[in-house]
Every structure is written in structure tokens, then in C-alpha cells.
Design a protein around this ligand. Structure first.
Ligand code: PPE
Length: 306
């Protein structure tokens, strides 16, 4: 990764190398931490953060679900993010807020432990490679099942939830694929290791409903963009074999943006290259985040001068 100068840690801007924590930090052992992933894009009017408020709101929702008290107000984390982007002199970056249980006691009981909060920013290019964005990626249905929502709370972006994602991701890569697609406990297609998934079937867009998946902000954006283009969107379960015969498929996520899927389990999706609808939505998405679409200007927060 590409280090920058400063990280915001518990209310202070500290040097990148100094943003460390004790080895007996509770979350390191047991995984009850919550985080966000946000992107800031370069625009003609300076750096702009995509759907900042929605991401911060989701962080506090994750806190509510996990009963963690974030010892800062949302506005303080927003200010911290602005400060960081300015002090590190970035025009685009990825933003990673995290709240975690600190040092003080071992054993599973999380109640009463101190909560630490950090925000880090760094340049992060195409998540699944530049070529993935333009030509599409190859995915594998994972042998690992996505969590049942009563196993772990899938609406919360909890650090520990990502052990499941990492098993799936490593398996996919070791089998020569770029990304994993996980099925939910009922056998429906759920999501990628760190992305939501869409298919085009009979000319309509389909994406799994919000049961066992993360309520993706890019997912929500793409649904709205598609409807603005008069594309019909169904939030409906579909099976693995329906994915195999889809006309198009793509992932959405803050890191992954809109990444076409050109192959699943050795089956070519559509013509084996990004389809018409995927390309149109990807283009519109990149216009929106770069501040080139007045209709969705309200999704951008321009980093104010100090
Ligand atoms: N599902 C999962 C499991 C997930 O982790 C993400 C984001 C999404 C869907 C898409 O959500 P949204 O970003 O709100 O559209 N994954 C984050 C972490 C990726 C990482 O490798 O770290 C992200 O994209 O920032």
C-alpha cells in the first residue's frame, strides 16, 4: 500500500508510522470492530467524497447493532476526514474509518471496554485491476456460505464478518479466479467477498434483496441510476444457474466501483465482455463520482478549504 503522512487516531492527527495499537487490543483477538470504506474522487472543483453522510450513518448503524458506543459525534469524524485529505494533499483516495475495542481486558465480554476510533486515507486504484474495470473479471462460486443474518449481523460492517470473506477470496484466487461469489444459507446468490452483485436477465436488472448481504451504498446508487435511465430493477433472489445464463453480470462496491463479471465457474457470461447495460451504468457512475452529472451532484461532498 501507498503510505501518506497522517492518520487520525482518537482525536489526533498522528504520523502514519505512529498509528499503532497494543497487541492485546480486544478487536485484534475477537473481531468485534466496525468499519467503513468510502471513496473521495478528483473533480474539477477539487476532491469530492461520494455519499459521505450515508457511509457515516452506516458506521453509526453498525455501532448500534453491535452495541458499541463511538465516543465522537458524526460531525467530528467528517471534520477529521476533511482534515486528513487536506493535510495529506490528496485529490483522490480511499477513506477507512474504524472503531474498535481497545486494551484493558481479555475474554469475550465486550461490555465496558474502551472504544478507539481511527480514520485513515490512502490512494487506492481499481480494486480488481484496471483491466477488470474495462474487460471484466472472472469469478468463482465459493464453497463457503455467506452468513445467516442470525449468525452474525450482515447489515453491520463488522471486522469479524470478513473472516468468511477472506476464506472465500483466498479460495477463489488459489483456483485462478479474481473474486468469489458467495451463496446465502438458502442457496441464493448473495454477494462477493466485498461487493454486491447484479445480473441482467431478460433485459431487466436483478440484485439480491437485503437479507444476508451488506446494504451497499454503491448498490443503492446503481439502483437509482438504473431507474433514472428507465431500466427496470428487481430486488429478487436468483440462483447460481440463473447467474450462469445471465446476459450480463457485475459487482458494485466502494472499492470495486462497478466491475463487470465476464465469467463464472468457467461459463462465459453473455458475450464474455462487459455488456451494454453494465457499460452504460459504469459510465454514468464514473460521471457522477467525477462531478459530471448535475442530477446527482447531491451525492458529492466537496472537501472544504481549511
Ligand atoms: N458487500 C460486502 C461484503 C462489502 O464488504 C462491501 C464493501 C459491499 C458489499 C459494497 O458496499 P458499498 O461499499 O457500500 O457499496 N466492501 C468494502 C471493503 C473492501 C475491502 O477490501 O476492504 C469497500 O468496498 O470499501
Amino acid at each position: 500500500m501507498q503510505p501518506v503522512e497522517k492518520i487520525w487516531l482518537d482525536g489526533e492527527l498522528v504520523a502514519w508510522e505512529a498509528a499503532t495499537t497494543h497487541i492485546l487490543t480486544h478487536t485484534l483477538h475477537y473481531g468485534l470492530g466496525i468499519f467503513e470504506g468510502i471513496r473521495c474522487y478528483k473533480t474539477d472543483r477539487g476532491p469530492a467524497i461520494f455519499r459521505l453522510q450515508e457511509h457515516i450513518d452506516r458506521l453509526y448503524q453498525s455501532a448500534k447493532i453491535t452495541r458499541m458506543t463511538i465516543p465522537y459525534r458524526p460531525e467530528e469524524l467528517i471534520e477529521a476526514t476533511f482534515d486528513l485529505i487536506r493535510v495529506n494533499g490528496l485529490d483522490e483516495c480511499y477513506i477507512r474509518p474504524i472503531a474498535f475495542l481497545g486494551y484493558g481486558r481479555m475474554g469475550l465480554n465486550p461490555i465496558g471496554l474502551p472504544v478507539s476510533v481511527a480514520v485513515a486515507v490512502w490512494p487506492w486504484g481499481a480494486y480488481l485491476g484496471e483491466e477488470g474495470l474495462t474487460k471484466g473479471i472472472r469469478a468463482k462460486i465459493s464453497s463457503f456460505t455467506r452468513h445467516h443474518t442470525n449468525v452474525t449481523m450482515t447489515k453491520a460492517k463488522v471486522c469479524g464478518n470478513y473472516a468468511n470473506s477472506q476464506l472465500a477470496k483466498a479460495e477463489a484466487i488459489e483456483h485462478g479466479y479474481d473474486e468469489a461469489i458467495m451463496l446465502d444459507p438458502w442457496g441464493n446468490v448473495a454477494e462477493g467477498s466485498g461487493e454486491n452483485i447484479f445480473i441482467v436477465r431478460h433485459g431487466e436488472l436483478k440484485t439480491p434483496p437485503l437479507m444476508a448481504i451488506l446494504e451497499g451504498i454503491t448498490r443503492d446508487s446503481v439502483i437509482e441510476l438504473a431507474r433514472s435511465m428507465d431500466i427496470s430493477v428487481r430486488e429478487e433472489n436468483f440462483s447460481r444457474d440463473e447467474l450462469y445464463v445471465a446476459e450480463e453480470a457485475f459487482f458494485t462496491g466502494t472499492a470495486a466501483e462497478v466491475t463487470p463479471i465476464r465469467e463464472v465457474d468457467g461459463r462465459t457470461i453473455g458475450p464474455g465482455k462487459p455488456g451494454h447495460m453494465t457499460t452504460k451504468l459504469q459510465q454514468l457512475f464514473f460521471d457522477v463520482v467525477a462531478g459530471r452529472d448535475p442530477a446527482h451532484e447531491h451525492w458529492l461532498t466537496y472537501v472544504p478549504p481549511a
